[in-house]
Design a protein around this ligand. Structure first.
Ligand code: ADP
Ligand code: ZN
Ligand code: ZN
Length: 803
């Protein structure tokens, strides 16, 4: 007997293990590990992943697999193994670990149907129901509900005449197209042309076409090109000269574009120096993690391209990760331009069908390179030669739902398996990565200057307190306003950047820039409009909003926050002649909107581009000579220990948008805290000094990279229950870890209530706690087993967002 172990699509604690099923004779030899199958589970038919085959099982009364869903495995052995690792590292259910590796289109959708329990028994049903089941027809459950006949159906089901079945439907159908090709050799085609009657000119034309292009061709292309009808082809098929057939085709989102092919550029000395160790590691099949540190425009992408070239020449494959918002057409161009059809692209702008097709190109080994956002790290390559992560400091590489993985960790794990290098690239590396490079865990490669040795743009930091003092209450400083006018007159373009994010706002004095911080945590308190209170989301400290500033006694102390819409209105008032394009979540929601707006701006259809985070990257237009940051502080005071780092990274990145080409650029940063080191050092573009300053603070405050973090979030409809449960967990954890670990909580989450559920959290800071994984698993076991109590517990190991 052959037995398959199957991970079923039921994400609960009790079902988070493999179940054994018999492989029926007809599927024996067909079903392999890594395939999706449909199995009975209780009364339902559900999807599962085969993770192993055995000849026996210690469970008796096994049920049979119903059918395979795939003709060949969708997960290879390495990815199955990676799923185990992912489960262990992120404490997630196995089923989630496997599902996250596949395109959404392959996620199962179930359809419920009613049918006869025994074939050909429709006449035994009450007469009003017979019509639905004649000739063994099945009835759609949704249909039954609409017709309000569920109760009578249930009565018949109780008698055993009807049964309910679940059918798993694939979300996406493969796309097929009709093709034509000759069935005989060229000589016979030539002969046939002689015998075709003169009134059938079109048939001759078609045959001549195939003499010239002896190959298969899409039917529609052929009929369009020769201006013939389907019947002409049909006659030739009837004469056994041609044949028609269906062929699966891909929906290629880039098919209507041509990419000009580029050649490798001769490297500069510093590029050559940086690429040498990467090439060596590729040649030697040696796993190594490189941190490629170089400002924007220093030639990192060229290094990626040439490293990949080497990998392809070795017959291996490459994964390139790019943050979602930086995965612009410009970026895609550079890879398609160098490697043509050898590149698959995966990003969220594609439809489920398009993504699925790109994924299948990888699975079928039709491409050697994938360029994609976070989840492309699971590309089913089997001979990886390099993994590249561009803008490695980006927080979007961390997934914020189960499985809560970081693409960087997955990259390193996969690269170890394949003995190949990982290249992390950034102009502002994350503190974690730079610290690892300092400790020689990663190998640091540096590109010290911009390719054209062009100066970085000049940066002006404007003190908005000063503006207020001199009577300017507008959100634009006089300097920024002046420069905007100037650019309008010169017909040059400006970018205005509004640094806004998340739900929280903080309380700040507009006279002196004082921000109300938590006395215990060194993190700004979050303002809650409803209760007019401020709160610390790390330790739970609360306070009322002061009526006067504790520093300078000004009464202009209030919560802070501005939206892009408000800025747009303001611009309309002060610069009515300026044409403005606004880019934020509201204007870019529709497919392709992002690209269209950027193209409009590039084509000069607007003078000012106004937007949030999403415009910080990838913008590389020659006519941009001014970048304005409206409020550099908003992110600085987020309740997050990484707020300084994020502010520094963002300001550095935004500044890099101006003056990339011939015209010199200017940058204006408006702030209420010009003396803050992350703003000062971003203005002087001094990463190294920033790194040193920030590391001191992290060390003092017991934060990464000196400590690891784990965050437990507990939620429940009842506030008392959630506090009590979190309290219990905190105590339990304290009893299990060493006294070197810091266990904080219970404290309300940054978003203290979602969907009427209260949320509390516990934050654990630790260096080495061999016991911790076990402890956290025990907590999950305890609470996920007993879902009746209504508590939800989630654990994020190495969280990126602490809300
Ligand atoms: P980064 O990825 O660090 O932002 P790029 O690789 O995009 O930098 O390089 C910046 C610009 O310099 C690009 O226009 C690129 O084509 C050009 N460039 C890169 N390397 C070379 C080289 N070796 N010779 C000439 N131009 C180069
Ligand atoms: Zn003040
Ligand atoms: Zn606090």
């Amino acid at each position: 007997m052959e037995i398959a172990s199957v991970i079923v699509d039921v994400p609960t604690k009790q079902t988070d293990r493999a179940f054994d099923y018999i492989i029926p004779d007809q599927w024996r030899g067909t079903i392999q590990p890594g395939m999706r199958v449909i199995v009975p589970f209780g009364p339902r038919h559900i999807q599962g992943f085969v993770v192993g085959l055995n000849s026996e099982s210690n469970v008796n009364k096994l049920r049979e697999i119903i059918e395979p869903m795939d003709l060949k495995p969708v997960l290879n052995e390495e990815l199955l193994e990676l799923g185990n690792w992912l489960t262990e590292k992120t404490l997630c259910f196995k089923i989630f670990a496997y599902q996250v590796m596949l395109p959404a289109a392959l996620k199962a959708k179930y359809e419920k149907k009613v049918r006869l329990a025994k074939r050909g028994t429709a006449q035994e049903l009450p007469s009003n129901l017979q019509v639905f089941f004649e000739n063994d027809r099945e009835l759609d459950w949704e249909q039954a509900i609409k017709m309000r006949i569920v109760p009578p159906l249930q009565r018949e089901a109780a008698k055993g005449l009807l049964e309910v079945v679940y059918e798993v439907k694939e979300r996406v159908r493969k796309k097929h197209q009709r093709f034509v090709r000759p069935t005989t050799c060229i000589n016979e085609l030539l002969e046939a042309i002689q015998t075709i009657p003169s009134n059938a000119e079109k048939q001759k034309l078609v045959l001549q076409y195939f003499v010239k292009h002896y190959d298969e061709v899409e039917l529609k292309t052929l009929t369009d090109e020769l201006n013939t009808g389907r019947s002409t082809i049909k006659s030739l098929v009837d004469k056994n000269l041609l044949m028609e057939f269906d062929k699966e085709v891909y929906r290629d989102p880039y098919e209507h574009r041509t990419f000009e092919r580029t050649k490798p550029l001769p490297l500069t000395d510093s590029q050559a120096k940086a690429i040498a160790p990467i090439l060596y590691s590729i040649e030697q099949n040696q796993h190594e993690v490189f941190l490629l540190y170089g400002v924007t425009g220093s030639g990192k992408t060229e290094i990626y391209l040439q490293s990949i070239q080497e990998v392809i020449e070795k017959g291996q494959e490459a994964i390139v990760l790019v943050p979602e918002i930086a995965l612009t057409p410009q970026m895609v161009h550079r890879f398609k331009g160098r490697f043509g059809d050898n590149v698959a692209v995966l990003h969220s702008g594609l439809s489920a069908g398009e993504k699925y097709d790109e994924w299948r190109k990888i699975q079928r080994k039709e491409v050697k390179v994938v360029v994609g956002a976070r989840s492309a790290i699971f590309a089913p390559f089997e001979n990886l030669g390099i993994i590249i992560i561009d803008e490695e400091h980006e927080t979007s590489y961390k997934q914020e739902e189960m499985p809560r993985y970081h693409a960087r960790d997955v990259a390193i794990e996969r690269a170890k398996t394949y003995n190949c290098p990982v290249v992390l690239g950034s102009a502002t590396p994350s503190l974690e990565s730079f610290a690892r490079a300092q400790k020689k865990v990663y190998q640091l490669l540096t590109l010290p200057s911009r390719m054209n040795n062009q100066d970085l743009p000049s940066v002006d930091v404007i003190d908005m307190r000063e503006e207020l003092r001199e009577g300017n209450r507008s959100m634009f400083s006089r300097k920024l306003f002046e420069l905007l006018q100037d650019r309008l007159a010169k017909k040059q373009q400006s970018v205005l950047f509004l640094n806004k994010r998340g739900h929280s706002s903080f309380v700040m004095c507009r006279d002196c820039g004082y921000v109300v911080n938590c006395p215990n945590c060194d993190i700004s308190l979050t303002y809650h409009r409803v209760r007019e209170q401020m709160k610390c989301h790390y330790c739970g400290y609360e306070s009322y909003v002061p009526t006067a500033c504790p520093e300078c006694n000004s009464e202009y102390i209030r919560y802070f926050g501005t939206g892009t819409q408000k800025v747009e209105e303001e611009l309309g008032k002060i610069l009515p002649e300026a044409r403005v394009i606004r880019m934020d979540v509201d204007t870019t929601g529709r497919k392709g909107a992002h690209e269209r707006l950027l193209n409009d701006f590039k084509d000069g259809k607007a003078d000012i581009l106004l937007g949030t985070q999403m415009i910080a990257k990838g913008l590389d237009f020659p006519n941009i000579t001014l970048v304005g940051v409206l409020s550099a502080d908003t992110m600085l005071h987020l309740p997050d220990f990484r707020s300084s780092e994020k502010t520094f990274q963002l300001l550095t990145q935004v500044s890099g948008r101006a003056g990339r080409h011939q015209l010199p650029g200017e940058v204006v940063i408006q702030t209420y805290t010009p003396e803050h080191y992350s703003i000062e050092l971003a203005a002087s573009q001094d990463y190294d000094l920033f790194y040193q300053r920030e590391m001191l603070i992290r060390k003092l405050r017991h934060y990464p990279p000196f400590y690891y973090l784990a965050l437990i979030t507990v939620s429940h409809e009842n506030l008392i229950n959630v506090v009590a449960a979190t309290e219990k967990m905190v105590n339990y954890i304290r009893s299990q870890v060493s006294d070197k670990a810091v266990v904080l909580g219970p404290a309300a989450s940054s978003i203290p209530r979602i969907n009427n559920r209260y949320r509390y959290q516990c934050l654990i800071k630790y260096k080495r706690e061999p016991n911790l994984t076990k402890t956290l698993k025990t907590i999950l076991d305890q609470y996920q087993k007993d879902t009746k109590n209504g508590l939800q517990v989630s654990i994020d190991v190495n969280p990126v967002i602490l809300m």
